[in-house]
Design a binder for this molecule. Structure first.
Ligand code: HEM
Length: 372
């Protein structure tokens, strides 16, 4: 996620990566989504032999990490199978430490003082270096994968070869960005969705029936063409991310003075957009804490302000990965819901949320899972 002004650098980066999210390119990713969803299912089935209750969150995180690595970079890292991945741990630590810095006096220090002269900063830097090392490995490995599909990385390397003003550091930072923004957000959204299904059995049955109607008894995997038929699934996904937005807030720096009634917001002020609060505004969403997917049916959405529901932000700096994220989530959810029934033991309720960069379940997501 980015924080800051609409700088020239941002415009350049955004222009650079936009073609990688073209509709047609995204359609090609279903094979990657489905293959990794099948591995996730196998992992869950194996665990079901000894456990009736499974913390699904780390499993889903590894699945979406493997997917982003393969889809965007063309590299299979297989963290679903090798679950001790150092990279996964580093991602978690960097997020925690970024949040801790943000909410403490460390946030006031310039980067060079924080990273070089403070103990926390040095630790933080060590974890960032692990992420960089991974990105460099990805960059290096691409040399051996000529000819395979790597839309995002290919595009960057091609642009660099054509002489664009794109350094190796720029490429690495883009790889970091995508690995970071592209897996934790979606795994969190999928996990909260399963929680909503586990706590709303009638809705789960309705989604299951819709999936059955679409796929019948076949075991063919999900394709792009199936998605528009799964309308109730979509309403439930929107309602789930309304209640549990993966990104609960983000910041912007004001580049032009703004007058809001009696308040003047000066240039340079930092403002925070509270997605969570917008999504719980009872003037727009009556009974805002309840799970009511019908809010997102066409008739009930008419007249709602376009910025009342913004899980992917809005405007020119919105989430570039939105379509990719929704396709990936649907493919994984369809695979999971066809195979399993989800419930949750009342003793785990309510599941608490973290308040970091990504709003994850604080202590995992222990679900009771049975085979359909
Ligand atoms: C449920 C999944 C996701 C959610 C809820 C989400 C949400 C958001 C939000 C709210 C922003 C704006 C943040 C800000 O302005 O500071 C954002 C930006 C961004 N997202 Fe996502 N995101 C998701 C998935 C993804 C995926 C899968 C990718 C990449 C494959 C991605 C890549 C990005 C990038 C690169 C930006 C920065 C865009 C820019 O500044 O131009 N996101 N996302």
């Amino acid at each position: 996620m980015s924080n800051g002004s609409r700088s020239e650098k941002w415009k350049k980066d955004r222009r650079l990566v936009t073609p990688a999210f073209h509709f047609q390119i995204l359609g090609d990713f279903f094979d990657v989504f489905n293959r990794n969803a099948a591995i996730l299912i196998d992992q869950i089935v194996n665990r079901l032999v000894d456990n009736k209750e499974i913390d699904v969150f780390p499993m889903i995180s590894r699945c979406t990490l493997d997917i982003i690595s393969e889809a965007a970079m063309g590299i299979k890292i297989n963290t679903q199978i090798d679950s001790d991945s150092e990279y996964i741990k580093a991602v978690d630590r960097v997020q925690e430490m970024t949040r801790a810095r943000f909410y403490s006096a460390y946030g006031l220090l310039p980067d060079w003082i924080y990273f070089l002269l403070t103990r926390n900063g040095r630790k933080h830097r060590k974890y960032i270096q692990i992420l960089h090392a991974f990105s460099m490995k990805v960059n290096f490995l691409t040399l051996f994968f000529i000819g395979k599909r790597r839309p995002f990385l290919d595009l960057l390397l091609e642009t660099a070869r054509e002489g664009a003003d794109l350094s190796e550091a720029d490429i690495l930072s883009q790889v970091d960005n995508f690995m970071f923004a592209g897996h934790d957000t979606t795994s969190t959204a999928i996990t909260w969705f399963l929680y909503c299904m586990a706590t709303h059995q009638e809705d789960q049955e309705r989604v299951y029936e819709e999936i059955q109607e679409c796929f019948g008894d076949s075991d063919r995997p999900c394709a792009l063409e199936d998605l528009h038929k799964l309308k109730y699934l979509e309403c439930c996904m929107k309602e789930s991310i309304r209640l549990h937005p993966s990104v609960a807030n983000f910041r912007r720096q004001i580049s032009e003075q703004v007058q809001l009634d009696d308040y003047t917001i000066p240039v340079g002020a930092s403002i925070s957009v509270q997605i969570y609060a917008l999504h719980h505004n009872e003037e727009v969403f009556t009974d805002p804490s309840s799970f009511k997917p019908e809010r997102f049916q066409f008739e009930q959405s008419i007249g709602r302000h376009p910025f009342a529901f913004i899980p992917f932000s809005a405007g020119p700096r919105n989430c570039i990965g939105q379509k990719y994220a929704v396709y990936e989530e649907k493919a994984i959810l369809v695979a999971l819901l066809r195979k399993f029934h989800f419930a949750i033991d009342a003793r785990h309720l309510p599941i608490k949320e973290t308040h970091g960069i990504i709003m994850k379940p604080a202590n995992g997501m222990p679900l009771s899972i049975t085979l359909r």
